[in-house]
Write a protein that binds this ligand. Structure first.
Ligand SMILES: [Zn+2]
Length: 77
């Protein structure tokens, strides 16, 4: 898996991930979380060291987003 994470991860929001088609959802273990991200569900930071979800559009992996697990599970669809 690439570790070339970019500023795109932290800066953009995604109102409705469903518009991007099929999504691959993975759980990032705390030890894998080495950067801070902004959760598009609540617009708050996901600090390094916190386990969370990463949501990757299959056809647009550059648009992946990092979510708090609770925000992802509780999002509106
Ligand atoms: Zn959140």
């Amino acid at each position: 898996m690439s570790t070339g994470l970019s500023l795109v991860d932290a800066g953009l929001t995604m109102e409705d991930p469903g518009v991007l088609g099929e999504l691959e959802v993975r759980f990032i273990q705390p030890y894998q979380a080495t950067k801070a991200y902004t959760c598009p569900g609540c617009n708050r930071e996901i600090p390094p060291g916190l386990g969370h979800m990463v949501v990757v559009p299959v056809e647009a992996p550059d648009l992946r987003r990092h979510w708090h697990r609770g925000c992802w599970m509780g999002r509106r669809t």
